[in-house]
Design a protein around this ligand. Sequence first.
Ligand code: EPZ
Length: 420
Amino acid sequence: MSVERIIVEGGKTLTGTVQVSGAKNSVLKLMAASILASGTTTLTNVPRISDVALMEEVLRHLGATVIAENNTLTIDTSNLSCYEAPYELVNRMRASTAVLGPLINRFGKARVAMPGGCQIGSRQMDLHFAGLEALGVAFENKHGFINASVPSSGLKAGRVALGFPSVGATENLMIVASAIPGTSVIENAACEPEICDLAEFLIAMGAEIKGQGTPVITIQGTQDFSPVTDYRTVGDRIEAGTFLVAGALGGGPVTVQGFNPEHLRIPLAKLKALGCVLDIAHQSVTVTHEGAFKPTDIQTLPYPGFPTDLQPQFMVLAALADGVSVITENIFENRFMFVDELVRMGATVHLEGHHAVIEGVKQLSGAPVQASDLRAGAALVLAGINAEGSSHISEVEHIYRGYEGLVEKLQGLGAAIHHG
Ligand code: EPZ
């Protein structure tokens, strides 16, 4: 890891307007799904983040030509020649497994390195395998690779019930089923807005999909996909939530633009419960807050429940409440990694299994801290906005994976923050 840091001087008031970028957790899948059609696809509102650069590398490894110009990606898959996502790429970004389904459709086979676990959990893929096997995909996983193949009799449309509404499994299943003649149904599907964005993209390519955004998705398979031009990536609801927490910590008014507030209904309700005043418009939310936060319990759940990707950020608000809050993490088994760093900044947090009991304090204190993953790193930056004195956040590569210009956007709101 590099020695670069983010340095924040706390206590500044934050006001103004910030524009969020396109959603990391959608665009990576749109890039993978472009494999389905031979030709040139263009994606707009693409965030310039390191995970996108990594997915560009994966596509180039497969034989695609990828040109990135500002926030537009042009992907030519005409000369795709390889169906393998190598370990050295998958190991750096588990979302590379999003190419599994598209490669199965394009080549009738795929060889994708098994992703390792990460800081927040073991990140299994058993739901992907069970669902795809139900459609006829054959797997032989050995030597650390997923070897997928389509039997000569082809894949069979059918009903697949997911044991858990896994986002990634829903996406791989939707993609594979969209190329199988007949009607397939995914039950207990994930409902996240990024699932809807991928479904809309597949429909633009020629797929017939209904029910996206609900637990039952029905897909009419087609063999005829066309490339898509100028497909705009949905705004990043998690980045938006992160900036709303920044605005609450900095007092505001801070207006966060470029996303659909409907995608954050529960987090917005929790901001109000915490004592924030919100003005909700069509594609923006304005937040103001003064004094202590009100203690509020939160539990992370599959969409439309509270998103696990905002859990660390909201824990910073709970750490400054005038009472005790309980945050329960139901999605990942190890997403309290960053709590020790928050405690080093003066928070009072006790962990009991997947519950975090947070007793609010008046103010945090600046300290040198270390980011353990993308959202934890963002939360530590937010904590630095409140903390007395300066905070030095290291391992910032985690943050740059999913936040385009975080430092510059916070500077634009008046935060005393810089790269160090
Ligand atoms: C996506 O991960 C997101 N990543 C995550 O965002 C997000 O936290 C997660 O969905 C939940 O919303 C991307 O889209 C690139 P899951 P994904 O499959 O698809 C278990 C961020 O910070 N599971 O819904 O991997 C899994 O271990 C990242 O931007 C199985 O057990 O999430 C986890 O505990 C972090 N078997 C839970 O389900 C499987 O086959 C949710 O996983 C698949 C998942």
